[in-house]
Design a protein around this ligand. Structure first.
Ligand SMILES: Nc1ncnc2c1ncn2[C@@H]1O[C@H](COP(=O)(O)OP(=O)(O)O)[C@@H](O)[C@H]1O
Ligand SMILES: [Mg+2]
Length: 338
């Protein structure tokens, strides 16, 4: 996943990802919910930076392409903001992105913005829930900031039953909505004390006085908690697989699994030791091992990759992995790459 241009997120200087579709007008690009088996997300944003309103589903591999200042980085930044909320105070999360909430609000025209993310639950988590109708988790927040401070005005975590297409999306799928301007909803979050839509089950919510209410995903067990000032409800949901398998999975996803591809050319030149991890490392340090795995187990995909590299580096006709014998260990390197 790669992206060009400036970075305003807390991971400034990193190389994030992708946009499919032009966000040129920061318009709503509502999509149908990702298909089953595809652990994709839906990003919904209101009044965040240059995004007046956006509703965009993300596929497992998703390229963001758009002209400068069309909102690519902002979309990524909204994911990072939620990631930051899962481990920082809301004030620190805001300050990791801008100096104030006002600077984060669309055109500085208000004192609140909203972000909602939906995550498809993996099968192993779904199967542990009491009711197998739940397929996704939706986390939503409204952040408000005034001279009096910065706080989470709304915060909810929902289990969602099978996704229902909203009316507008149904039309878009049928291709009838173009070129209608997107409608901006009044809000994308469910305020405290409002009824949940049909098929939504509350896992966590925050009351006006800052108390957080959690309800087990498997039983009717529930309790009220009072987080430290500024802490999100996400940070205080008990780390219990029994009661909160989905919420615990989500918190781990947010805190540990949002990664940025940041190739380290120095590390990539070094030989890869045999005990290097088999899984993708964002520095590219174990690229040789991944190439070898692809070559051995996925011949066709490997050939496609070589051809792809060939399109930009015409001299490269083949990529090979060699094991280099050494007295103490077997080291590997990638000819022409490592
Ligand atoms: N609070 C805000 N309100 C409106 N526009 C904003 C706000 N903050 C930043 N922007 C604008 O958003 C644009 C940056 O969008 P960005 O997501 O970085 O685009 P891209 O990554 O597609 O080049 C800039 O034009 C910037 O001025
Ligand atoms: Mg950018």
């Amino acid at each position: 996943m790669k992206h060009e241009g400036d970075q305003t997120a807390s991971d400034s200087g990193t190389q994030p990802l992708l946009l499919r579709g032009d966000l040129g007008h920061c318009a709503n690009r509502g999509r149908t919910y990702p298909r089953e088996g595809n652990m994709s997300e839906l990003v919904e944003v209101r009044d965040y930076k240059c995004l007046r309103y956006l509703r965009q589903s993300l596929q497992q591999f998703h390229l963001l392409v758009g002209s400068n200042a069309s909102g690519k980085s902002t979309l990524l930044d909204s994911l990072l903001f939620v990631r930051d909320l899962s481990r920082l105070d809301v004030e620190a999360a805001v300050h990791a992105h801008r100096r104030s909430v006002a600077e984060l609000v669309w055109k500085g025209g208000g004192d609140a913005f909203e972000i909602a993310l939906e995550f498809r639950l993996p099968e192993e988590v779904r199967s542990t829930l009491a009711d197998d109708c739940y397929r996704a988790l939706r986390y939503e927040v409204r952040v408000r900031g005034t001279e009096g401070g910065i706080w989470l005005e709304v915060e909810n975590l929902w289990l969602l039953a099978a996704p229902q297409r909203r009316g507008r999306e149904r039309e878009e799928v049928a291709g009838r909505s173009f070129p209608r301007e997107p409608e901006v909803p009044d809000t994308i979050v469910i305020p405290p004390a409002k009824h949940a839509p049909k098929g939504w089950r509350k896992v966590m919510s925050r009351s006006k006085d800052g108390r957080v209410y959690v309800q087990s995903e498997r039983t009717r067990w529930n309790m009220g908690l009072r987080p430290l000032p500024g802490r999100s409800g996400l940070t205080v949901i008990p780390e219990e697989q029994e009661r909160f398998p989905a919420a615990v999975w989500l918190r781990r996803l947010l805190t540990e699994r949002i990664q940025f591809l940041m190739l380290d050319s120095y590390a990539m030149r070094a030989p890869v030791p045999p005990d290097a991890p088999d899984t993708y490392q964002p520095t590219g340090a174990n690229l040789t091992k991944l190439v070898e795995g692809l070559q051995k187990n996925h011949r066709n995909r490997f050939r496609d990759r070589v051809q792809h590299v060939h399109t930009v580096l015409e001299d490269v006709e083949e990529i090979t992995v060699r094991e280099r014998p050494r007295a103490d260990a077997l080291q590997r390197y990638c000819k022409g790459v490592g």
